[in-house]
Design a protein around this ligand. Structure first.
Ligand code: PLP
Length: 474
């Protein structure tokens, strides 16, 4: 009998998930998940599907926020990880150069634009952006930074200073000084800042994750030219748009720009192990590691760990060998066309936009008195209510996971795995069609939300009472 038996532990305790999180992790998140009916207990996952304890399948059009570009539990990555464990590899010796990180750097650079030739590995998207800030500052000797309004670059302090979407900055005190946010498309505002010649970097998401927003014109090309003119580096945050998500290997390729620094994370390790990477020009990289006594001046303990590196190597090979970047372009175009075709039947759909399999569906007040009244009443109750009446039944009635694209937006976002085929497209489009048909009488979805809310409040009250009893306060 082994002293630690994971399968038995898993079988014995599966189902306690939400109680455990409520007690020990983040009860506020548990409350939200219960209210919107996302409090499922998943027992297994494969490809584009999650399975609950009863074996029901859930179509995952969220992909862990674009972490499962190759689908969940891909057998090639799984085998590579088993093999790595069986090899008993020397890991994180630190004062050596491991083979696996060297190999992943080599493989990753083969997929990157040719002018980028140096890699730094870390553990997450936000950490990659933190490093990119430092690299840009060290390379330029400047400290100010420019980001775009509506951007999301992560939630640790440096990245959070760049993040302008939603209310993420509220309540956390002073962030990095010298950060300015300009409007996407406003070249004059950008140039006004750049002209001061004290800006280290301008950071963009090629397609903004919040709302799936991108320029339709050559804004990025012109912004790049301005950056070059004033000696500012251009950083492309490819944490979400990278690795085939948009139908090209990198999101910035849609705009024909050449960023000086690119940040990568999420799908790089196939969703198995945390990973992040900064990819840049050697000349920029060496400005950070500028002398022998500065050889580890930027560093992180787990950055080049074997499991992440092996998962990265296997994931890149899957993306390549299964033609997933091409599939993302093809299936994305089909999906957008099919959703767009629903607009005649459901004029509440205002627009479908995106690239590859990073897609937003935007809703607007429908024509006709009943539709208008329902739309206005819902928005009066809560700016985020309407969109939940789409996301919630997609899950509760059709077992399809989608997400709200950002705070108080009438937009849902879908990020399916790049492996999807016609079956998944059919299921999503008919689920959306049925949901929007039912929404002509929005009472059902609102009742469902309200019922969940009331249940949740009563559960929270019981929990509070029990906590007080245990603390001897009651
Ligand atoms: C564009 C972008 N940058 C950075 C991040 C932060 O990545 P992480 O959650 O790995 O810190 C995200 C996460 O969603 C992202 O979408």
């Amino acid at each position: 009998m082994p002293s630690f038996d994971l399968p038995s532990l898993f079988r014995a305790r599966l189902g306690e998930n939400y109680e455990l999180h409520e007690q020990h992790i983040n009860p506020t998140l548990v409350q939200v998940q219960r209210i919107i009916g996302f409090d499922k207990v998943y027992a297994r996952a494969e490809g584009a599907y999650l399975y609950d304890q009863q074996g029901n399948d859930y179509l995952d059009f969220l992909s862990g926020y674009s972490t499962y570009n190759i689908g969940r539990n891909h057998p090639v990555v799984k085998k590579a990880l088993h093999d790595a464990l069986d090899l008993d590899l020397p890991n994180m010796v630190q004062m050596d150069c491991s083979l696996m990180s060297g190999l992943l750097a080599e493989a990753l650079l083969k997929k990157c634009p040719r002018h980028l030739d140096a890699v730094f590995f870390c553990n997450s998207g936000t950490e990659a952006n933190e490093g990119a800030i430092k690299f840009a500052r060290a390379a330029t000797g400047r400290s100010r930074l420019i980001a775009l309004k509506g951007s999301f670059h992560g939630l640790s302090n440096g990245s959070l200073s760049l993040t302008a979407a939603g209310n993420f900055q509220e309540g956390f005190g002073d962030l990095l000084p010298g950060v300015v946010h300009v409007k996407l498309g406003d070249l004059a505002a950008l140039e006004e800042e750049l002209r001061l010649r004290d800006v280290a970097a301008f950071i963009i998401e090629p397609i903004q994750g919040k709302g799936v927003v991108f320029p339709e014109d050559d804004y990025f090309l012109q912004a790049e030219a301005l950056c070059r003119r004033y000696g500012t580096l251009l950083i492309a945050d490819e944490v979400q748009t990278g690795l085939g998500r948009t139908g090209k290997w990198w999101g910035h390729a849609h705009f024909a720009i050449e960023p000086d620094i690119m940040t990568v994370a999420k799908s790089l390790s196939g969703g198995y192990v945390p990973v992040g990477a900064i990819v840049t020009r050697r000349s920029i990289y060496q400005k950070t590691f500028s002398s022998l006594d500065r050889c580890v001046v930027h560093s992180t303990t787990f950055g080049r760990n074997n499991l992440a590196m092996v998962a990265g190597l296997a994931s890149l090979s899957v993306l390549e060998n299964e033609g997933l970047v091409e599939n993302a372009a093809k299936r994305g175009a089909q999906l957008m066309e099919r959703i767009d075709a629903l607009r005649t039947k459901h004029p509440v759909i205002r627009a479908v936009r995106g690239k590859g399999l990073m897609i937003a569906i935007e809703f607007a007040e429908p024509p006709g008195l009943t539709g208008k009244l329902a739309w206005r009443a819902m928005h009066k109750m809560d700016g985020g209510l309407f969109i939940q009446t789409v996301v919630v039944p997609l899950m509760s009635k059709h077992r399809v996971l989608t997400l709200v694209a950002g705070h108080n937006m009438d937009v849902i976002k879908i990020l399916p795995p790049l492996t999807i085929g016609e079956k998944e497209i059919d299921r999503f489009v008919s689920a959306l069609d049925a949901t929007l048909t039912a929404l002509r009488r929005p009472v059902g979805p609102i009742v469902e939300l309200t019922r969940n809310l009331v249940r949740q409040k009563s559960k929270a009250r019981q929990g509070e009472k029990r906590r007080k009893e245990l603390a001897g306060v009651a």
